[in-house]
Design a protein around this ligand. Structure first.
Ligand code: UDP
Ligand code: MG
Length: 230
């Protein structure tokens, strides 16, 4: 069995070394114990800091690490799809570069995959988040779930394991402007949700400005809504 882990990275210089070292340790130990192969695919989304240089050094130091480098910043959605296209795994895990998605959960995700689940989804609570952000999110999901044709769950994001079957289903959808939160839900398959404690970024800053968040929210509303065209 080959497990691929995809990590989109944009200006993550402050944290990327800690991330690849932690991820390598967790995966190395688990792969040794359970006898599987793994590859760690870092996608540099046009960083302007030295993230790419650090990834090159990491790939040199660790034979399971590979990297993809974009010519400019295309956004996390593009980084994820490039990773999915490149990944050769029987199952694929997608996680953030800032350790907000604890790598320590991956072994448990793999266990559920081996039990037959096609999507093992990590769901965070909102502990430590600003009250206003939590309320806005709650309202957003209430409104969106009334309007769109897929179910979107607060706290559920891109941190998940996908079976090869699920990856191929995602890759068969050639949307240009992708809204993965909706696509993951749209493809279906047997799902398992694992809850985890909200984590703050290990270092560096969020890439989400209010403008970017608003535009993402609007994408979510229109991408999976047939009512707009009828
Ligand atoms: N990211 C990316 N391209 C972008 C913005 C973000 O690849 O244009 C990556 C980023 O490096 C991180 C993940 O997407 O690994 C989530 O970004 P961030 O932590 O800023 O989002 P938040 O956790 O604050 O929602
Ligand atoms: Mg983050």
């Amino acid at each position: 069995m080959l497990v691929s882990v995809i990590v989109p990275c944009f200006n993550e210089s402050a944290v990327i070394d800690e991330t690849w070292k932690t991820l390598s340790k967790v995966m190395g130990e688990d792969a040794g114990r359970r006898n599987y192969d793994y590859e760690l695919i870092f996608v540099d989304d046009g960083s302007s800091d030295d993230t790419l240089a650090r990834l090159k050094r990491a790939a040199h130091a660790c034979s399971q690490i590979r990297y993809i480098s974009f010519s400019r910043n295309f956004g996390k959605e593009s980084a994820m799809i490039a990773g999915l296209e490149y990944a050769g795994g029987d199952c694929v895990v997608i996680m953030d570069a800032d350790l907000q998605h604890p790598p320590q959960m991956i072994p448990e995700m793999i266990t559920y995959y081996q039990e037959g689940y096609d999507q093992v989804i990590a769901k965070r609570n909102r502990k430590g988040d600003k009250k206003r952000a939590t309320l806005m999110a709650r309202l957003y999901y209430k409104v969106v779930n009334h309007i769109v044709d897929v179910k979107m769950v607060d706290g559920v994001g891109d941190f998940r394991l996908l079976s090869r079957k699920a990856v191929n289903a995602l890759l068969s959808m050639r949307e240009y402007n992708r809204f993965s939160k909706g696509l993951f839900s749209w493809i279906g398959f047997k799902e398992k949700i694992l809850e985890y404690e909200n984590q703050q970024r290990a270092a560096g800053e969020t890439k989400w400005s209010f403008k970017r968040l608003l535009s993402y929210g609007i994408d979510g509303l229109i991408s999976f809504n047939n009512n707009c065209v009828s």
